[in-house]
Design a protein around this ligand. Structure first.
Ligand code: NDP
Ligand code: MG
Length: 388
């Protein structure tokens, strides 16, 4: 890595992506300085990170959390609160890592780009919900958006050899790989009996609970189809999903001449995180390095769209455009939280999202106020179904 030292702000520091980002930063103390962090409920973990990296500022979700954290950290650390606090921290550093879970990550995505920063984005929900708004702020001089999500990071790497003409006319398809989740091969009938304990065990990745459930319904892949379209400016008709149970090929780009480029590694999120931090250089730790002296099996199959209707719902939301992806994602967050709370069954998650999306009232999504109103309305509709 170059002798230049970059400052980093890490939002969602206590989560799965957050702690793996800290792992990378511990190995790269010469190149990066962590200056700000933010988190949710895990305050003692947040305090421990603040102490270890001696960060200047910490973001928390409420005044109550601020008081509790101040007791742990003492007066030398500045504590900021709520969405405004997240936005403030997103102006703090050269590189902003958005590893917050869900729509709550929106202020980070918008402010980092508006402030001309590099946004290393794990938080796909904010990009999916706010795509038209994100497209505007991405034009800010100096800003860049690099994807931590492994599929999109793979595509980013494969596209590097392509002339960056708008819409990538030489690309015929983006092929997003999906492990298929814990329920790959289950029939529709079997899925009626899917349990939370089964859904929470992912075959190849260890992740936060919300994305683990999204992976079990394939809603994660649906969100990723929209994420890919927004990131690379390629319409969803040219984004396809391929089930690949080994999670070694992280995604592929097929060009019009028939050539397919892929990026491979063992599943290890520290590789895409390090890629996003290091760009344009590669950090030399070999995360996820493959051993080619051993047999490596690579299988590919089509997703079962009847058993996993979330995928078609996501394409439908993308086709509707405007605020429809925001509705889908908001309803999904409410339904997944209810499932994790044992209030609904596994099949109810996507059924609730489908019902909410059915009632979508078209809105072109011109402003942040529009987005907040749409998010609130979709959540309300999902809650109404839960309370019926
Ligand atoms: P986790 O649930 O493990 O972590 C989420 C983090 O966000 C935690 O630090 C949590 O704090 C924090 N948080 C939650 N709400 C708020 C809020 N309102 N303000 C500030 N911080 C908040 O999730 P993951 O790390 O698994 O996922 C994070 C994002 O990355 C998601 O959008 C996910 O889709 C995406 N992603 C994750 C991958 C993975 O491998 N895990 C892969 C690709 C994408 P606390 O824990 O203290 O409550
Ligand atoms: Mg992914």
């Amino acid at each position: 890595m170059s002798t230049l030292r970059h400052s980093v702000a890490l939002m969602g520091a206590t989560g799965s992506i957050g702690t793996q980002t800290l792992d990378v930063l511990r190995r790269e103390v010469e190149s990066f300085e962590l200056v700000s962090i933010a988190g949710g409920e895990q305050l003692s973990e947040l305090a421990a990170i603040a102490r270890e990296f001696q960060v200047a500022r910490v973001g928390v979700i409420s005044e109550e959390h601020r008081n509790a954290l101040a007791d742990l950290l003492g007066p030398s650390t500045e504590i900021v609160v709520g969405p405004e606090g997240l936005a403030e921290l997103s102006r703090d550093a050269d590189i902003i890592v958005n590893a917050v879970m869900g729509f709550a990550g929106l202020p980070v995505t918008l402010t980092a780009l508006e402030s001309g920063k590099r946004l290393a984005l794990a938080n796909k929900e904010s990009l999916v919900a706010a795509a038209p708004l994100v497209a505007k702020v991405r034009a800010t001089p100096g800003s860049s958006l690099v994807p931590i999500d492994s599929e999109h990071c793979a595509i980013h790497q494969c596209l590097a050899s392509s002339p960056a003409s708008p819409g990538y006319p030489d690309v015929s398809r983006l092929l997003l790989t999906a492990s298929g989740g814990p329920f790959r091969g289950w029939s529709k009938d079997e899925l009626l009996h899917a349990q939370k304990s089964d859904a929470l065990v992912h075959p190849t990745w260890s992740m936060g609970s919300k994305i683990t459930i999204d992976s079990s319904t394939l809603m994660n892949k649906g969100l990723e189809v929209m994420e890919a379209s927004a990131l690379f400016g390629i319409e969803v008709g040219r984004v396809e999903v391929v089930v690949h149970p080994q999670s070694v090929v992280h995604s592929m780009v097929e060009y019009v001449d028939g050539s397919v480029l892929a990026q491979l590694s063992k599943p290890d999120m520290r590789l895409p995180i390090a890629y996003c931090l290091g760009l344009p250089e590669r950090l030399g730790h070999g995360w996820g390095r493959l051993d080619f002296s051993q047999p490596i099996e690579l299988n590919f199959e089509a997703p079962d769209r009847a058993a996993f209707p979330a995928l078609d719902l996501a394409y439908e939301a993308a086709r509707l455009g405007g605020a429809a992806p925001a509705w889908l994602s908001a309803a999904n967050e409410v339904a997944v939280a209810a499932f994790l709370d044992d209030r609904i069954g596994w099949v109810d998650i996507v059924a609730i999202v489908a019902t909410v999306l059915d009632g979508y009232e078209p809105d072109p999504l011109n402003s942040l106020d529009d987005l907040m109103a749409n998010d609130a309305l979709a959540r309300q509709r999902a809650h109404d179904i839960l309370h019926k």
